[in-house]
Design a protein around this ligand. Structure first.
Ligand code: CA
Length: 654
């Protein structure tokens, strides 16, 4: 407080980046104004509502109360300057059902903005809403959590809420909504199980939803849901509120909250868990975002010439390394974990965040439930922050229990994502065996020349496709147009088999099990429903391939040897075996990770011709997976066996 007395609250620069001689970007500003209380935002109770806003560069601040989400009539009440640049007011009446914003006077201009800590909003998120959160809980919500074992026991399935049920044959009642995704017992073409039932049947442990927080009106206008609109939602608007377009009523603030909780609760009841895709690295439009209105310049990263850093490619990077930004991100993740009982968080462009923020998130989530999974895109992206601070793959060793997407294996298997016609290991490119092995060992240090970014397998997410870029099927069309459809299916399944039999955390893109196509659309973030929807007709048509994925996941779950929780076990029990070119073979030996099978032998084969492999001499082998790729149908095998083109076979020696 003593420091603040000396501060001249006149703003020196028109862009409000200086207060009392302190730049909002300076360490001194953070030291002076860091507020570590847990009462930012609106604290509602029947008798009174308390508000606290952090806005150190404002010379005045007002609470604005509205009767509803749209009327112009309001009551404006001055807030009192409080500690560390915060402003407070308590209103002694029941405000439930009212809407609110804050107004701040900065550089002689009033700016009105939604509370960054708002937990409920009206349609399109332009006003905060005052609600009783307890009333949004589904029956039996309680204190219950669904703890999990090790992240390597997870099988993650990434899906967009709307894509899951919007197809005309999804069988869901509330198509495209949280409640549609929450429906069990839905049936599709040929009476196949669809939606949540389908995901459960696959054996998925964690469903990862593309953004479910409130995203920009420019992406989807919640007042025009009768018109065709689509967006992935990587355009954050209100970080602590669910998106309105997935609710049956985006106007009623409690509906989206209650319906998202219903979805999460239903998934938990089905024995699965939920990972939320969070996008704290940028906002939709920095200059229109509430961050910029409330504390201009503070929340974003700038170059020396005061232009906005743009590693995100979306026009701005959020400055996670500043103390009140870090606090905001940590508070937000903790809020979602507690209030919505989420089981994991996937950080978009995590490489733009600083390491300290990511580790602080890990620490705080551990206090709630250490089995909450953290994963992210640890890409090496240039941004206006010291490179040494970036939470990227290269620095994985400094974030021990945070996982990174393994783009190395992804591109090894199917070819470089950005070199469209380049094939990969599975589609017949030579010389990639070593890179496949790096993925199989989950990127840990194995031998001097065989290692990647991870210290431990829990840090490595293996995948071959995700919402970004071409689906595997579409990529195979680009790289392997000369092959017939059946061969492409085999190559596709080979890729999935490599992912599911590798160490680390396997990740599947929704529809991968039925060879999802977006008809060549490599960035469908705002493409049509037809491009993006999960096509349940195709799911029925590719039932054999869906069955293949089910068997793969079942195999992984049955054998702990595929899920070794630490790198020492991998180094001790995993041995790469001799194999012909364009094939990789390995054994998991001596009851690895407590496996009932004494030894497991896996071969992945990406040649267009049959190959002969020599089963390790110490065993008598039988197949437990991929027997259709064997030329022989003998039960017990030893010595040489012939394997048919493009496939994975798993043998055990019990
Ligand atoms: Ca929205």
């Amino acid at each position: 407080m003593a420091v603040q007395k000396d501060i001249d609250y006149h703003i020196s620069f028109g862009d409000a980046r200086i207060i009392g001689g302190l730049s909002v970007h300076s360490a001194e500003f953070d030291a002076t104004f860091y507020y570590d209380g847990d009462d930012l935002g609106c604290d509602y109770s029947e008798h009174r509502s308390r508000f606290r806003l952090w806005a150190p560069t404002a010379s005045m601040a007002h609470l604005v109360l509205y009767d509803d989400w749209q009327t112009d009539s309001f009551v404006e009440m001055p807030m009192t300057r409080s500690e560390k640049g915060t402003w407070t007011i308590t209103v002694y009446r029941d405000l439930k059902g009212s809407f609110y914003t804050f107004k701040v006077l900065i550089d002689r201009q009033w700016q009105e903005a939604v509370d960054p800590y708002a937990r409920a909003v009206g349609v399109n998120g332009d006003r905060g809403a005052i609600i009783d959160l307890a009333e949004t809980n589904p029956p039996n919500w309680g204190e219950y959590r669904l703890p999990f074992s090790s992240p390597v026991d997870a099988v993650i399935y990434e899906v967009h809420v709307r894509d899951l049920t919007i197809h005309p044959h999804s069988g869901a009642e509330h198509k495209g909504k949280f409640l549609g995704a929450a429906q069990v017992g839905t049936r599709g073409p040929g009476m196949i199980r669809t939606g949540l039932d389908h995901i459960k049947d696959l054996g998925i442990t964690h469903i990862q939803f593309l953004p479910i927080y409130d995203y920009s009106t420019d992406s989807v206008d919640e007042t025009k849901l009768h018109q065709p609109q689509y967006n992935w939602g990587y355009d954050p608007k209100n970080y602590n509120v669910p998106e309105g377009s997935y609710a049956t009523d985006p106007y009623e603030p409690t509906t989206r909250i209650a319906e998202l909780k219903t979805l999460i609760h239903t998934i938990h009841e089905q024995g699965m868990r939920v990972i939320m895709d969070v996008v704290y690295n940028h906002v939709y439009d920095a200059y229109r975002h509430l961050f910029m209105k409330l504390v201009p310049g503070y929340y974003f990263r700038y170059h020396h010439d005061l232009s906005l850093s743009n590693g995100s490619g979306c026009g701005n990077d959020v400055a996670s390394e500043r103390k009140m930004v870090r606090k905001f991100i940590v508070d937000s993740v903790v809020y979602w974990a507690r209030e919505y009982k989420l089981d994991g968080f996937r950080f978009d462009l995590m490489g733009l965040h600083d390491i300290e923020t990511m580790n602080e998130i890990r620490r705080r989530l551990d206090e709630i439930d250490p089995s909450i999974i953290l994963l992210g895109e640890g890409w090496d992206i240039p941004t206006a922050m010291h490179r040494d601070m970036q939470a990227m793959q290269h620095h994985a060793y400094r974030m021990p229990r945070i996982a990174h997407f393994n783009d190395g294996l992804r591109d090894t298997l199917k070819g470089n994502t950005f070199n469209l016609r380049e094939p990969g290991f599975a589609s017949g490119r030579h010389g990639l065996e070593h890179d496949v092995k790096r993925g199989i060992i989950a990127g840990v240090q194995y031998q001097e020349h065989l290692r990647s970014f991870a210290l431990e397998p829990v840090q490595c997410v293996n995948y071959v496709e995700a919402h970004d870029n071409h689906t595997l099927w579409d990529k195979l069309y680009l790289t392997s147009a000369h092959l017939d459809d059946m061969t492409r299916r085999k190559i596709h399944m080979l890729c999935s088999a490599i992912i599911l039999t590798s160490q680390g955390i396997p990740f599947i893109h929704a529809g991968q099990e039925f060879m999802r196509t977006k008809h060549g659309d490599e960035n469908s973030y705002k493409s049509s429903t037809e491009v993006n929807q999960l096509d349940w007709d195709r799911c029925a048509q590719f039932s054999k391939e869906v069955q293949y994925m089910r068997k793969l996941i079942a195999l992984r779950k049955q054998h702990p040897a595929f899920r070794m929780p630490n790198a020492d076990l991998i180094r001790e029990h995993l041995v790469f075996e001799h194999a012909p070119a364009n094939a990789v073979a390995f054994t998991l030996r001596n009851h690895a990770n407590g496996d009932a099978a004494k030894d497991i032998y896996v071969v992945h084969h990406a040649n267009w011709h049959p190959i002969e492999i020599h089963l390790p001499s110490f065993g008598l082998w039988r197949t437990v997976f991929g027997e259709e790729h064997l030329q022989t149908n003998e039960l017990m095998l030893h010595g040489s066996v012939t394997i048919l083109p493009y496939g994975s076979v798993v043998f055990i020696n019990s």
